[in-house]
Design a protein around this ligand. Structure first.
Ligand SMILES: C[S@@+](CC[C@H](N)C(=O)[O-])C[C@H]1O[C@@H](n2cnc3c(N)ncnc32)[C@H](O)[C@@H]1O
Length: 333
């Protein structure tokens, strides 16, 4: 099936029924019980590639709990400013709290980075000296059972970074047909047993609904061959990744960002992107090359930058990170 089906077709096909909030305790009331915690990846590399200094304006388009943002603000004392964006209201609350010591040097807004052009233009009139995009989910989102991102935590099968998104992962496994599910799991999870898992989902939901992370884990475990249960990664890893990417339209969001963000940069302004899987990395690499070919931009990282052994030892979640940098060369019109 051509891949555009997954950008457009399945979204339509699978969202035809009423979206439903996954079952479980009231999510909003209990969400902030867990302290927002996340270790920023390749922190010193980010600060150094952004050439942080005073009087400059930086955008952190995935501000999360503000870990990178704090380091950028510290490195651009006393007058560097930072505009932080996140689609998750929990992240916005955490960033506001963690960055309040920087006073009016910081502005935080809830929004999607696919709308980066509008968000920046509504807030500032000039160009941006440095921009950061640190993709994926935060440790807080993964560790918070009620967000439903992790196969290791029992909770509602939700996975929405922005709780206002129309469809949760439970809606997807309820509404998509077998072929669509197999397509999503194969395309976004690169899961070799996608067809078996899709078949397992459809059989299971005829008997009882799949509404929790553990319901889905059981289906995956029962669907894959025994050898796959003994592999290095948990058999449900790729299925969870696929549903998360699909529910949050992660690749569509990234594509839109890559079309707009470089044009917001000042001359010598830099865009730093950290991605965590091959589907994202392919898009970033291609887009940076395209901007360079068009002229006025250069790819600073001729070789992709990865975390040191020490960092991956200390922070396992950094192990798949890849960092790339694009710089604007010309005077812009
Ligand atoms: C890896 S975390 C960023 C952590 C942050 N750099 C820090 O140091 O705390 C990724 C963040 O991006 C946010 N995010 C993901 N997709 C987004 C999108 N399309 N628009 C806005 N924020 C998004 C997530 O909600 C999450 O908080």
């Amino acid at each position: 099936m051509p891949s555009w089906v997954f950008w457009k077709g399945i979204l339509m096909a699978c969202s035809s029924k009423e979206p439903r909030r996954p079952e479980g305790p009231d999510i909003l009331d209990t969400r902030m019980v867990l302290k927002f915690s996340h270790t920023p990846v390749m922190l010193s590399e980010v600060v150094s590639f952004l050439k942080c200094s005073a009087r400059k304006l930086y955008v952190d388009a995935t501000v999360g709990g503000g870990g990178h943002a704090k380091a950028i603000l510290e490195a651009s004392q006393p007058s560097g400013r930072l505009f932080g964006i996140d689609q998750d209201p929990d992240a916005v609350r955490a960033a506001l709290e963690n960055l309040k010591l920087f006073g009016n040097r910081v502005t935080i807004r809830q929004g999607s980075f696919s709308k980066i052009g509008n968000l920046v233009r509504e807030t500032y009139s000039g160009c941006i000296d440095g921009m950061l995009l640190d993709l994926g989910v935060s440790s807080y989102q993964l560790d918070m059972p009620l967000r439903g991102f992790s196969f290791g935590k029992a909770g509602p099968l939700d996975m929405r970074m922005n709780p206002d998104l129309p469809m949760s992962a439970a809606d997807v496994v309820r509404d998509c047909n077998e072929e669509e599910l197999a397509g999503i799991i194969f395309e976004f999870g690169e899961e070799r047993y996608a067809k078996r898992i899709a078949n397992g989902i459809v059989k299971r939901r005829r008997i009882s609904p799949i509404v929790t992370t553990q319901d889905l884990v059981q289906v995956v475990l029962a669907s894959v061959p025994p050898a796959a249960r003994r592999g290095k990664i948990h058999p449900a890893t790729r299925t969870f990744q696929a549903l998360r990417i699909y529910v949050n339209n992660e690749l569509g969001e990234l594509k839109n960002f890559l079309e707009d963000a470089p044009s917001l940069l000042c001359p010598e302004g830099r865009l730093v992107i950290i991605d965590y899987h091959s589907l994202e990395d392919r898009l970033v690499k291609r887009a940076f090359r395209d901007w360079e070919r068009r002229g006025g931009y250069k790819v600073v990282t001729k070789r992709v930058v990865t975390p040191s052994d020490e960092e991956t030892r200390k922070n396992r979640r950094s192990r798949s990170a890849k960092l790339r940098v694009l710089e604007r060369e010309d005077q812009y019109e």
